[in-house]
Design a protein around this ligand. Structure first.
Ligand code: LMR
Length: 330
């Protein structure tokens, strides 16, 4: 029995190690983990997480060593925040749409059409209100290290979507965000919250008819292969909270903490400078792989804005009008 258990755990270990991005940890370094859910090589979060690990492992060599676990291989959406608080992982970059059980304020990032483009979102996150939201969950023990932009979002479905009425009666996978659910309701469709790792299978088997995501996620997770097309709705932002825990930060010596903060800032800036190019590349990758992209006329686009705009009012109370105004004006 003992042998079976030992063999099984060695097997599980070997799978885990194969899935982590290999890192050469210098002797004596404290090994820490960065878990995230995205995959491929061209995804902005994959690139930023790997850059962060490479810089820490070089500049804090012998002190800290970051191992990156992509693709939900260590923790998926539902477990990662809890794992951070338990000290089972030290770095995460979840979508801002996944914090509803901890704070309602981050719901501002999910309001449809609140940001014209990623530049507007970056201006908001660099401003006073955006910066204050970075640490809106300090009481829980979460520390925000920076906002990583991912891209604007687009709807895909198993039929062409040109007007919101085309979505009537369809089931759309959404993240665990009340704002996203209300947005899908406003289209006369049905929201199905689901972990990111399950989306491809759900689209393939018809458990859901459609989803909304960035070019980088639609390409690297191959969603386009199991959808009629993706429509350039540009309706919402996807961005991440690059984060750690207060407990982990408090365990570091002040000079290590300061160096880590500096690396985190620089990696964040670099990530946000290169995200537009990554999105454009993955949009082209979809087309090159035979995926179909539909564009909207100004009139069609207006119909989407008109259908979804009432959602803002619905969440004004819990997000705060001042926060919504600051985001909309950025
Ligand atoms: C999603 O669940 O659709 C995204 O948040 C995944 C990600 O991290 O980009």
């Amino acid at each position: 029995m003992k042998i079976v258990v030992a063999t099984l755990s060695a097997f599980i270990m070997s799978i885990t190690v194969q899935n982590a991005v290999a890192s050469d940890c210098a002797p004596g370094a404290r090994v820490v983990k960065f878990s995230h859910v995205t995959g491929g090589t061209t995804h902005p979060k994959v690139v930023a997480a790997n850059n962060f690990a490479a810089r820490v492992n070089k500049e804090l060599s012998g002190v800290l060593c970051v191992e990156v676990y992509p693709n939900s291989t260590l923790f998926g959406d539902s477990k990662e925040l809890e794992a951070l608080l338990l000290g089972d992982v030290q770095f995460l970059a979840p979508s801002l749409s996944k914090f509803g059980s901890y704070t309602k304020k981050l719901g501002v990032f999910d309001l449809p059409f609140i940001f014209k483009d990623m530049d507007a979102a970056i201006r908001f996150t660099n401003g006073k209100v955006g910066k204050s939201l970075l640490n809106s969950m300090e009481d829980v023990g979460f520390v925000g290290l920076g906002y990583w932009m991912s891209g604007m979002k687009y709807f895909s479905a198993n039929k062409p979507l040109l007007l919101p009425s085309d979505a009537k009666g369809l089931k759309f996978r959404v993240q665990t965000s009340d704002v996203a659910k209300a947005m899908i309701d406003a289209m006369g469709a049905s929201p199905q919250p689901m972990a990111f790792a399950e989306v491809y299978g759900a689209l393939q088997t018809g458990v859901v008819d459609g989803q909304e995501n960035t070019w980088s996620n639609i390409y690297t997770k191959k969603f386009f292969e199991v959808q009629d097309s993706t429509t350039e709705t540009n309706h919402q932002l996807l961005a991440y909270l690059f984060m750690t825990s207060k407990e982990f930060l408090d365990s570091l010596k002040p000079d290590v903490r300061a160096k880590l903060a500096m690396i985190a800032d620089e990696v964040t800036q670099e990530a946000n400078e290169s995200v537009k190019a990554a999105e454009a590349k993955n949009r082209q990758n979809i087309l090159d792989a035979g995926g179909k992209i539909r564009t909207l006329t100004p009139e069609q686009r207006k119909a989407w804005v008109d259908a979804m705009k009432p959602v803002w009012k619905q969440f004004e109370g819990e997000i705060g009008k001042d926060i919504i105004d600051a985001a909309a004006g950025s």
